[in-house]
Structures are given as C-alpha cells and as structure tokens.
Design a protein around this ligand. Structure first.
Ligand code: FMN
Length: 456
C-alpha cells in the first residue's frame, strides 16, 4: 500500500540480460556466460526479482545476430539468447506474482499468431503477461525475412499501429463469460458471446475470432519503447508502460511530460500510461566500494568493443588509432556535429585517451548510470519520481545475478523505508500491481451468427 507520505509508489521492472547490462559483464568472475542457454540461470534471476517484489521481468529481443558494421561487436553476450515467449512460458511455472514481459516485433510477425501467444501466456501465468511492442530498429532483422533492405520507419510504424489494433481486437474475441462449460445442458460456450474481427486494413486482413478465451487481464499489458515522433504517438495511443533511456533529469522530465500530454487526444488519462526509464545501478556499501566495483567492470571492456562503441557514437572509425593514444581530431565532415564535438571536447578537457573516452560511454550506454551507496541510488530514484520524470524504473543490473541481488538486498529496503515501494504484492495480476485498469471487452462486430456451433 502507498505510505502516508506517498499517494503513489514506484514500479520496478527487472530488465534481464543473461550476464548483465555492462558490455563486459560476461567476463566478470561472478558471471556465468553459459547462462544464455540455461533455464536454471533464468529461473534464478526471475526468483530474485520476485523476492524483491519487482512488478515485472522484461526480456528484449532481436531477430538477428547483429552483423552490420561496428554494431556487431557492441555487446558480445547479446549474440545469442532464448526466444522470449518460450522462456517466459517456462518461467511462469516457477513464479507466482511477477509480471512477464516479452518483446515481439510487429514488422516480422503476424498478428493472429502473436495475439494467441500472448493470450496463452496470460492464461498460463494467471494474468501476468505483457507485450513489448517493437517495430524492429535493427535493420539486420529484415535480411532474415525475405527482404534486401529494412522497412522504412514510416512503414514500420504504420504497420505496427495496424498490427496493435488487430491484436487488441483479437484479444476481445470471446466475451469474459463466454465459456459456460454446462455439461448437463450441453453448452460449452455461448455463441452469442463470440465475435469475429473482420479486419481489412492496409497490411492485414484478419477474419478472427481468436481461438483463445479472453485472458485474465482482459488483455495482456502493452509496453512500448519508441522515442521517435511516430514511436511516441503509437505509445500514446496503445501503450500502458513505456520504457525509455535518459541520462539526466531534464531530458527524462521533458519526455515524461511530452508523452503524458499526448494522452487526452486518444481519450486517455495520465494514469493509463506508466513511464519507466532505465537505471543502471552499481551498488556498494560505500561510495568507494561502488566505484571499485564499477572500475573492475570497466577494466574488463575489450579494447575492440570499446573502440567499436565509441566509433559508432563519434561517427568515424577509430580502430586504426592506438587505444592508449589521444583521440584524433574529427574529420571535416563531422565538424559542427554536436555529439562528436561534445565527445572530443570531453577528451581534450579531461586529457583522455581513446580508452579513457570509451570507458566513459560504455557503461550504461544511454541509460541513467548511478554508481554509489543504496541511499544514493534511492535518492536518485526518488528525485526522478517526485519530479515527474518517472513512474518507475527498468532496472538494468550491470551484472546478473550479482547486481540484481545487490539491488534487492540493499536498495529495495531503502525505498520501502521511505514509503516509495511496496512491501507486498497488491495482487496476482500484472495490472493489479501496476495499478492499471482491466480493459473492458469491446467488440467491433456483432456475435457470430453461424459457422461456429456452441458444441464444436
Ligand atoms: C529499454 C528499451 C528496450 C528496448 N528493447 C528493444 C528490443 O528488445 N527490440 C527492439 O527491436 N527494439 C528495442 N528497443 C528500441 C525501441 O523499440 C525503439 O525502436 C527505439 O527506442 C527507437 O525508437 P523509434 O523506433 O521510435 O525510432 C528498446 C528501447 C528501449 C529504450
């Protein structure tokens, strides 16, 4: 329950990535890189997050091993991983309260299949499923689906919007009380409570209905993480949780306000959508311990990974320069570009080598990095929460399971003492814990008149 001091509380997601979010986490002594193909490893992570009363675990996904240019080397431990829905189906059997959020793309799936999969997960988990709707920003995915080039952002988002509309329509095929299981009367379900979709759009033609009963949450929770104009519009229209990446309070507050201000146009209110920026917490009993922990990880960054990351960020290839030498001047075509110039200015100001500069950017990669004591990390989260920059956080532990254990053991109790976080789950469904309403059944068509008998 919210405390007397706070009428709302933080929501927490555990963004799971096998060995952790730091690019070199897989090389850390505490890591188990073989975890990428281990159910036991993922069970352990989900259970730790559930012990910490997290709202959800979140699995990202790409339908490719990234091979384009410098991106190929960024995060070696992301080269291979389980398919998220399959993994979450297994995790549902060993957890009871935590939400299970899987990423699935609207660019290389069919809505009927995906609606079925998420509705099934929602049933299997007793109402804990969530879908992170992405449109695939990684162009490499296209090459696995019969294309020679990626769909344009415009097409991706138009398709994504229609896809979401079809999926939500399909989730409302059977009314909540359609199944009567009347053994005496011989009525399995009431045909008057089964509705076709009859969708005919630009990208999809889907008759429906879906062959899964309406699920415990009514509809699984829809998550989104787009940051372009089209991404924010889609989120405002369809999403209930938005993941995002911000390094400072000002940009997080601006994003939060921007998104919430869009909601009335879609007949929605601020409480219908939760904004959860990423946080990359390095926890130590003292500031020195946290700094040392982080330093240890930074030293493990392979130079080719660090140089590749920095090259991408700065906009030109630094691989032919000595890693412990100075950062070279920018080529003429980058003069006037803000990010390359900022990075170069930082290197000059702090007298940083290429290694020093990549160590500065490689950690949280765009997310909010906080290295410090549990109190310091809680302070930071509290200030973002109270400044309306966040309704909660997507916790990106630098190492897993170690970083998540640290967070649950040391940071969660501080948040609880301050009345900022729950001391027990509010309910058993993801929506109950997130404080999101259960969507009412909404049919686009009348009941099926013929074709599907009640006893079939
Ligand atoms: C926390 C977070 C997680 C994301 N996870 C994925 C993912 O698993 N797969 C994916 O294709 N994109 C993922 N994205 C990228 C977004 O879906 C989106 O494409 C990106 O932020 C760029 O925004 P835009 O598509 O509106 O340009 C993620 C973004 C964030 C902030």
């Amino acid at each position: 329950m919210p405390s007397a001091r706070h009428d709302r509380q933080l929501k927490l997601g555990a963004f799971l990535h096998v060995t952790g979010h730091h690019v070199a986490a897989w090389r850390h002594a505490s890591s188990e890189p073989r975890g990428i193909v281990s159910l036991a490893h993922h069970v352990e992570l989900a259970r730790i997050a559930e012990q910490g009363l997290f709202d959800l675990v979140f699995l990202a996904d790409n339908l490719t091993v990234s091979q384009s240019g410098v991106t190929a080397l960024h995060h070696l431990s992301k080269a291979a991983h389980f398919e998220p829905l399959t993994l979450l189906s297994a995790l549902t059997a060993v957890t009871t309260h935590i939400g299970l959020v899987a990423t699935a793309t609207t660019s290389f799936n069919e809505p009927y299949n995906l609606a079925r999969q998420f509705a099934s997960l929602d049933h299997l988990s007793g109402g804990r499923a969530g879908w992170n709707l992405v449109t695939s920003s990684n162009e490499d995915e296209a090459y696995n689906f019969g294309l020679d080039e990626h769909l344009s952002p415009d097409v991706r988002y138009r398709r994504g919007r229609e896809f979401a509309e079809v999926v939500r329509g399909l989730w409302d095929s059977f009314e909540d009380d359609a199944f009567v299981y009347d053994q005496q009367g011989g009525v399995f379900f009431d045909p008057a409570k089964l509705h076709r979709l009859d969708h005919r759009g630009v990208y999809f033609k889907v008759r429906g209905p879906l062959n899964v009963p309406r699920s415990p949450q009514g509809r699984p929770v829809v998550v989104q993480a787009g940051s372009s104009e089209a991404g924010k519009e889609l989120a405002a229209e369809t999403a209930e949780v938005v993941f995002t990446a911000h390094q400072n309070l000002d940009s997080a507050t601006a994003f939060y306000r921007d998104l919430k201000d869009r909601l009335p146009r879609f007949d929605r209110s601020a409480s219908d959508l939760l904004v959860m920026p990423g946080i990359f917490p390095v926890v130590g009993a003292t500031q020195q311990e946290a700094d040392d922990k982080f330093g240890e990880l930074q030293e493990l960054i392979l130079p080719e990974v660090g140089v590749s990351l920095l090259s991408k960020m700065i906009g030109f290839d630094l691989s032919s320069f000595p890693v412990d030498g100075p950062v070279p001047d920018l080529p003429p075509h980058l003069h006037g570009s803000s990010r390359p110039e900022l990075l170069l200015a930082k290197a000059r100001r702090e007298n940083l080598s290429i290694r020093g500069l990549y160590q500065g950017i490689a950690g949280a990669r765009g997310h909010h990095q906080v290295v410090g004591t549990p109190e310091r990390i809680a302070d930071e989260m509290q200030s973002w929460f109270e400044a309306d920059a966040a309704d909660g956080f997507n916790v990106m532990s630098p190492t897993l399971p170690g970083g998540l254990i640290d967070f649950v053991t040391f940071v969660v109790p501080v948040l609880q003492r301050r009345g900022l976080f729950r001391t027990r789950y509010e309910g058993s469904r993801l929506r109950d814990n997130l404080g999101l309403p259960v969507p009412k059944f909404r049919s686009r068509t009348g009941p099926l008149e013929s074709g599907l008998g009640a006893t079939q």
